[in-house]
Design a protein around this ligand. Structure first.
Ligand SMILES: Nc1nc2c(ncn2[C@@H]2O[C@H](COP(=O)(O)OP(=O)(O)OP(=O)(O)O)[C@@H](O)[C@H]2O)c(=O)[nH]1
Ligand SMILES: [Mg+2]
Length: 378
């Protein structure tokens, strides 16, 4: 069984598209008074300028559903949310209705998975207790449906005021997941002073903790601020791949059939690419594959390449019996996964430009990354 670089890269591209298509839809309900910064927050957390794709489709008089084609994210926005006495209960009822319907559908793609309840910290606005009362009533109605509620203190500057408000909300002991202060965008005070955005990565941490396993990839695919969570989820993919394919009881792979490892590795690389939400081209993937497990045009994981690679793994240098054990195959796959995560991270943070992947420097870097991972003792 043989496979060449080009074929492997094509398989990666196909797997990436397939995985994106199969992502479950993450549904978030964003609640908060007009002007608190809901749209700004949504656009800072998720790629694709969600809150700017028009006003969304009105679901009720107060609630709009923002959908983007081929995107595993739906935002329910409440642009007209005011807390005038008459309106309070009406909107609450409408929101509960939507949650209830999703809950009853038993379809994960239709359920509301998370509520962002946004309260503005603002410069000199005073804290409005009616917001807390509304939230307190709402949590009671959410008793059965148990949608995780995150209270987000928006435009959280000055920090001291945000902290004060955080304590105030926490004191209420509401049935919520967390209170998190967030400044979604920098505030520039006439060039004299810049308050830097903060808290978005913390919000992602809380989301990761609150969402079920089936939605973690969708969240990572869409979220922008936390590269740490992308890395974490990618590492989990590597671990699951290796445990699944080469774990306890795995049959050794005959040396001549080293290409049998490829489909597993293709799935893993595709999974990591999706988590980073990055558009990768064939040439990008070709650069990575040739620098690590193959060389351009050559057969990937051909006998020679494998035996050369195996020499790098401590204690495996002399392969007996012409087979690759499950442990060795796992090691090879882990090294490949970790090297790919490093590259994705570097590209994501702008440390390396996508176009530079073909350059000699970066090729060398990838090769070294992979080989130093191989040399790590399990
Ligand atoms: N610098 C800075 N400005 C913000 C931030 N959040 C909101 N703003 C500003 O506050 C104003 C209102 O923000 P929006 O995001 O439109 O508020 P909204 O809650 O979506 O308002 P509605 O759609 O009317 O309900 C805009 O001028 C934003 O630029 C932030 O984190 N940093
Ligand atoms: Mg808005």
């Amino acid at each position: 069984m043989e496979i060449d670089t080009e074929k492997m890269v094509q398989q990666c591209m196909d797997a990436i598209n397939e995985k994106i298509k199969n992502l479950k839809t993450l549904n978030i309900m964003v609640i908060g008074k007009s002007g608190v910064g809901k749209s700004t927050l949504i656009n800072s957390v998720f790629r694709g300028n969600f809150a700017q794709t028009g006003l969304g489709r009105p679901v009720t008089s107060e609630i709009r559903k923002i959908v983007k084609k081929d995107c595993p994210l739906v935002i329910y926005d409440t642009p007209g949310f005011e807390l005038s006495a008459g309106q309070q209960n009406k909107v609450k009822g409408q929101i509960i209705d939507i949650i209830q319907k999703g809950y009853e559908s038993k379809d994960i793609n239709d359920a509301i998975h998370c509520i962002w309840y946004c309260v503005n910290v603002g410069g000199n606005r005073t804290f409005d207790s009616s917001e807390l009362n509304w939230l307190s009533d709402f949590t009671k109605e959410n008793k059965l449906t148990k949608v995780p509620i995150i209270v987000i203190l928006t435009q959280a500057f000055p920090v001291s005021k945000a902290k004060e408000m955080q304590k105030l909300v926490e004191k209420e002991n509401l049935d919520i997941v967390k209170v998190v202060p967030v400044l979604a965008q920098d505030i520039d005070f006439d060039g004299e002073y810049v308050a830097h955005s903060y808290g978005l990565d913390k919000l992602i941490d809380i989301m990761v903790e609150s969402l079920p396993a089936e939605l973690q990839n969708s969240l990572q695919y869409m979220q922008k601020p936390s590269v740490d969570q992308k890395v974490k989820q990618s590492q989990a993919i590597v671990a699951a791949t290796v445990a699944g394919a080469f774990g306890e009881g795995a049959t050794p792979v005959p040396f001549s059939d080293a290409a049998m490892l490829i489909p597993t590795q293709v799935g893993m690389i595709a999974g990591i690419t999706v988590v980073f939400g990055m558009d990768v081209s064939k040439s990008f993937l070709t650069s990575f594959v040739s620098a690590t497990i193959g060389s351009a045009g050559a057969t990937v994981l051909g006998k020679t390449i494998v035996s050369n690679l195996l020499k790098l793994i401590p204690g495996v240098g002399t392969v007996a019996g012409g087979v690759i054990s499950g442990a060795t195959a796992g090691l090879l796959t882990t090294a490949l996964g970790f090297a790919y995560i490093e590259i994705m991270k570097s590209v994501y943070t702008g440390e390396i430009k996508k176009e530079d992947l073909k350059s000699k420097d970066v090729q060398e870097k990838m090769k070294n990354l992979f080989q130093s991972e191989l040399k790590k003792k399990p």
